[in-house]
Ligand binder design. Structure first.
Ligand SMILES: *Cc1c(COP(=O)(O)O)cnc(C)c1O
Length: 375
């Protein structure tokens, strides 16, 4: 059996160890420490935002974002529908109500038309909007930000999958009032696990630090006037992040090449690559395809997935839309017309996008897929 080809696995470079060793040598493995501070500063500088707080997970950064947006029992949050559950779960932690917004076809992300429709329906009950940049492809961020601004509603950007992607020359993770990154194992850079809260509102970031360290009042004894959380990143984990950040641009380049090679190779078969907006420069975190309607009777994503799996190659279905999840069966879902997210889920597949994949290995993936189409 050939060596396993992964969807998207961690890629370490060695510098990570240098920063970890520094923490050991100074015996500063916790609490917080220099690696955390530097990782926050370096990420803020890279992304171009005023302040950041390193967290134990992207999910926790999102939880803090919803909390700062004031989401509480009964409040409506308009959410990307085609995304990973982590985008929307923290709304439930706070007692809020998700309403799921369908995707458009040009970036697979939140459809501004459907978003407007949702605002007409829920109006003053809407507390926040959360938009994800699926598979690293930026959403129609200007349009979505404009709609939120007009209505005075907080926009939260879930840039967990899109670190280093730009939209009209500006980094993702800066379009919301509050923004979240993830450094989970499969993301474009990883700290083994972790996330970051980002905002230009420095006071908001201070509040996140406060809530994430058990909400201690400024008193010599342990005094609490609010409920806190234990969500801060450790100095060891942040060391991995500092090492990884040095290679972010390189990872982006490699991901882009993988996407381009698939696109070129699939020119003549009945599939389309996941699309992106002309004004964006995505990180192509995962390369995805949809099988054209005409071929659906013959080749399904599941046929492709199993064919790859038999050759020790990992691929993955598109995120199952949130409004189809059993746990959210009672939540509302708003579409501008046809159900785009459902269609992408039905016809789509995420292909191996691991940056350690060689050209030869990628050719194997391509060959297997083409054979399924009798080419
Ligand atoms: C990975 C991911 C998250 C959550 O990040 P964790 O660090 O795993 O908690 C949130 N949203 C999206 C879209 C993701 O892909």
């Amino acid at each position: 059996m050939s060596e396993k080809i992964w969807l998207s696995a961690p890629t370490m470079h060695g510098e990570e160890l240098k920063f970890i060793k520094e923490a050991f040598d100074t015996n500063w493995v916790a609490p917080l420490g220099k690696n955390v501070t530097e990782f926050e500063n370096e990420t803020a500088k890279y992304v171009g935002c005023k302040a950041t707080a390193a967290m134990t997970a992207g999910t926790h950064a999102l939880h803090m974002a919803f909390k700062l947006a004031g989401v509480g029992p009964g409040d409506i949050v308009l959410c990307s529908d085609l995304t990973f559950a982590a985008t929307v779960n923290p709304v439930s932690y706070l007692g809020g109500e998700q309403v799921f917004i369908d995707s458009e076809r040009e970036s697979w992300n939140m459809d501004p038309k459907a978003l407007k429709k949702a605002f007409e329906k829920y109006d003053k009950r809407v507390k926040a909007v959360v938009v994800a940049n699926l598979y690293g492809i930026p959403a129609k961020l200007d349009e979505i930000a404009e709609i939120c601004k007009d209505r005075g509603v907080t926009l939260i950007e879930d840039a967990a999958e899109s670190l280093s992607s730009t939209y009209k020359g500006r980094q993702t993770g800066t379009f919301g009032k509050y923004n979240a990154l993830s450094f989970n194992g499969n993301k474009i850079i990883t700290t083994s696990g972790g996330g970051m809260f980002l905002s230009d509102d420095e006071e908001a970031v201070e509040k996140v630090r406060f809530y994430s360290t058990q909400a201690r009042d400024p008193a010599p004894w342990y005094q609490h006037s609010e409920i806190g959380y234990n969500y801060r990143m450790s100095n060891i984990v942040a060391g991995i992040g500092r090492g990884q950040l040095l290679h972010l641009e390189e990872h982006k380049e490699l991901k882009k090449n993988i996407y381009k090679r698939y696109k070129e190779a699939f020119k003549d078969i009945e599939v389309e690559m996941n699309p992106y907006l002309e004004c964006s420069d995505p990180n192509f975190w995962l390369s995805c395809i949809t099988i054209n309607e005409a071929s659906q009777n013959k080749v399904t994503p599941e046929i492709l997935r199993l064919a790859l799996d038999r050759e020790n190659i990992e691929s993955r279905p598109i995120w199952k839309p949130m409004h189809l999840q059993p746990v959210f069966a009672k939540k509302d879902y708003i579409s501008a017309g046809e159900d785009v997210g459902e269609d992408i889920f039905r016809r789509g597949l995420c292909l191996p996008s691991d940056i350690k994949m060689t050209a030869k290995e990628q050719d194997r993936v391509i060959g297997i897929i083409k054979r399924c189409f009798d080419v």
